[in-house]
Design a protein. Structure first.
Length: 200
């Protein structure tokens, strides 16, 4: 059972995407499919993300030139498991890349080991405990977590992380509607998920 607010947000996001006419929409994921996905990949969808995918599953069209992922919508139904795992691991792998190649270090991890391999191993151990992020589209992510909803959508590129929507519905407005580049002073997203919020 998912919360009322998550159901409302997910349904509104699904209606917004369908109204854009940008993508074909397949029937939504069933409870059985959600259980299989969550069991296979070790996370639980947030309530709004779950309600969105229960209302309908966006279908990838012809890849656009310069598009980062050939299939930017995660193919939860019938997709390549290796690709889905890569997408789920992308945020953490990006942080590790910056630790190794760009001298990134998170203060809460303590003093950075002098040896590069030791620093990378310490970071890897610490990152085991960070909340999981789940791909929405391309490198846009929502936090995992049953019983949660309304989180801002994050654009994740290594440790360069920015807000891309107040919530899932607003994100789809920003990405596929006419909201991109929103400058209204009321647009003030606030991340609440530990670790990732500190990189914003």
């Amino acid at each position: 059972m998912i919360g009322e607010e998550g159901t409302r947000l997910g349904a509104a996001a699904a209606r917004r995407l369908a109204a854009s006419g940008r993508f074909a929409i397949e029937p939504g994921l069933t409870d059985t499919e959600f259980a299989e996905i969550e069991d296979a990949y070790g996370f639980e969808f947030g309530d709004d993300h779950r309600a969105f995918l229960a209302a309908g599953v966006p279908v990838n069209g012809t890849p656009r030139q310069g598009q980062m992922w050939e299939r930017p919508w995660p193919e939860w139904r019938g997709g390549d498991p290796a690709e889905l795992r890569q997408r789920l691991e992308w945020p953490v792998e990006g942080v590790l890349f910056d630790v190794e190649s760009n001298d990134f270090w998170y203060e809460a991890w303590g003093e950075r080991p002098a040896a590069a391999e030791a620093a990378l191993e310490r970071a890897r151990l610490c990152l085991r405990d960070v909340p999981a992020l789940v791909p929405v589209y391309s490198h846009r992510y929502l936090p995992a977590g049953r019983g949660t909803s309304g989180h801002p959508v994050l654009s994740v590129w290594q440790t360069d992380i920015i807000y891309y929507g107040l919530d899932l519905d607003d994100y789809l407005h920003q990405e596929f509607g006419n909201g991109h580049g929103h400058t209204d002073a009321s647009w003030d997203p606030r991340a609440t998920v530990p670790f990732w919020r500190d990189l914003l």
